[in-house]
Write a protein that binds this ligand. Structure first.
Ligand code: ZN
Length: 235
């Protein structure tokens, strides 16, 4: 099984679906992460260029902790993610063609900031465009309408999951992957007054309460033609 997770900033996937990705890996799947924005605005002191470089390194380390095959980086500056950025659409379509995913996980189509919402649309559009033979960039078309699951919003606001993944066995790895994003632990404390690791653990625990396990992550499927499936694609 091949899994492609498309997040906005380096750390978003770890926050919302890190346990699920680790669980896929544990079950023998080939998991690929892609972050669309480079996170270059996410710090008070570190300037955008060195910050983008630092965050790329942090996300590589987090990917190693989770055990994924590769971490792709579209390297788009923060607040510039745009569903009509056709260079980004083509680049992501090529990643879809390379990975040939059985399932795509991405942001919910409504979340707390615009780059997350645009990333969700980019993943949706790119995985459609990846099927088009005459829109080939690097790899040949991948003629599958890949089912998409939307992951939880930040802090679970305005998101009622229809599907839950038990990540009790993976919660420590999820948090260890998050710890790799050292710059963000500092940033979230200074910019948002949040203990990042505590927030993520609490949200996973809260989703766990809802489905009767210690820790869980919640999802909703993208319900448009022909993305629906009879297959059980979440681990
Ligand atoms: Zn983000």
């Amino acid at each position: 099984m091949n899994v492609l997770a498309v997040g906005c900033h380096p750390d978003d996937l770890e926050i919302a679906c890190g346990g699920t990705l680790a669980k896929y890996v544990d079950q023998g799947a080939d998991v690929y992460m892609c972050h669309v924005a480079n996170g270059n605005m996410g710090h008070v002191e570190i300037l955008p260029e060195p910050l983008a470089n630092l965050r790329a390194v942090e996300s590589e380390s987090a990917g190693e902790v989770l055990g994924v095959k590769k971490v792709f980086n579209l390297d788009i500056g923060d607040i510039l993610v745009n569903r009509f950025d056709y260079e980004a659409v083509d680049a992501l379509a090529d990643i879809v063609r390379f990975v040939k995913p059985d399932v795509i996980i991405t942001h919910n189509d409504m979340d707390y900031m615009q780059d997350h919402i645009e990333t969700s649309r980019l993943a949706f559009n790119s995985s459609f465009i990846a099927t088009l033979a005459h829109k080939s960039v690097q790899y040949a078309a991948f003629n599958e309408f890949v089912p998409i699951y939307f992951m939880d919003t930040l802090a679970g606001v305005d998101f009622i999951p229809t599907h839950y993944v038990d990540v009790t066995k993976q919660i420590d790895r999820k948090l260890k992957a998050l710890e790799c994003h050292e710059s963000q632990i500092k940033w979230m404390l200074e910019h948002d007054g949040i203990d990042f690791l505590d927030m993520v653990r609490t949200c996973s625990r809260y989703r766990g309460y809802q489905c009767g396990v210690a820790y869980a992550e919640g999802y909703r499927p993208c319900t448009v033609y022909p993305r629906m499936t009879t297959k059980q694609l979440l681990p």
